[in-house]
Design a protein around this ligand. Sequence first.
Ligand SMILES: [Zn+2]
Length: 280
Amino acid sequence: MRVYLSVDMEGVTGLTDPEEMHHGGRGYDRGCEFMTGDANAVVRGAFAAGATQVLVNDAHGSTRNLRIDRLDTRATLIRGSGKPHRMAQGLVEGFDAAIFAGYHARAGVSHGVLNHTWMGKEIQNVWLNGEICGETRLVAAYAGFVGVPVALVTGDEAVCAEARELLGDVETVAVKQGIDMFAAELLPIEVAQRRIEEGAARALNRLADFRPYVIEPPYTLEVEWNSTAIATACGIIPGTRHNGARRTEFTTADYREIMALFGIYAMIAGQVACGSGVYG
Ligand SMILES: [Zn+2]
């Protein structure tokens, strides 16, 4: 059994603070250890359920967060910037299951800890084929495009609810209950990671229950930015339409282009936001 694991950071056990999400921020190094701990809990559960391979993809920010020196020795890790398929890098046909760990609710979910979609400040909303879309849906659709079902999502209560709403009876493990965007009631690390390990094993032991999340092509990605300048800049990319003052739209028959394009959007939006003083 081949298992693919995409690990984000905002939904990792014990973390609530934006400082903990960025290199150089207070608590970041400890956050990386917790993130690696959550990944290892999935790896342990996966191998207990009969996995023969677990490929881990660091899916947060710089994608240089997971600690290779602490990773379970049975797994391998995709790390570093310049990955065209970003949060789904390495996810190809032939995997038996995809697992999302450390995920968070989409932008605008009030009790979602560190809720956002793709970028923390620059993106107000994302729609995929007309339906509101967070990162769980974005990556689940990628997995569906290559025929792989999502078996488990871990993060806060809000992302677990989002995953169940989207994917039906997918296995979920909540490691914290959001109070506000930056506040949550937390499970202790050991307890949370034991639950993740058990959840991974439970999910993979009932793999036959899960179906790939398939969206009918063509795929249309609409983004509402927080800045007219970002919409104008991203609208210059061939294929992307500047569709309203703060909106862009892109359509393709190859879902992988959606993920690749989002990476390019983030680069451009980051630059425009810095130049225009969006960050203050
Ligand atoms: Zn993230």
